[in-house]
Write a protein of this length. Sequence first.
Length: 69
Amino acid sequence: MKINKLVEDLRAKSANELSDELVAAKKELFNLRFQNATNQLDNTSRIKEVRRKIARIQTIITEKANAAE
């Protein structure tokens, strides 16, 4: 249910908003990996969540690009 809401929100955004969100998610993933390497990360499952979010954003960007053609 929560994932479906996230996907619906992502589909409603424009290509520029999606690319901005993708950059923010990649920065978050970098910070999480850095914290994990220095043993400061408490919730390691957050890395997996952010990776999946990045994949979802990239998928929707690709779908929108293919639909425009």
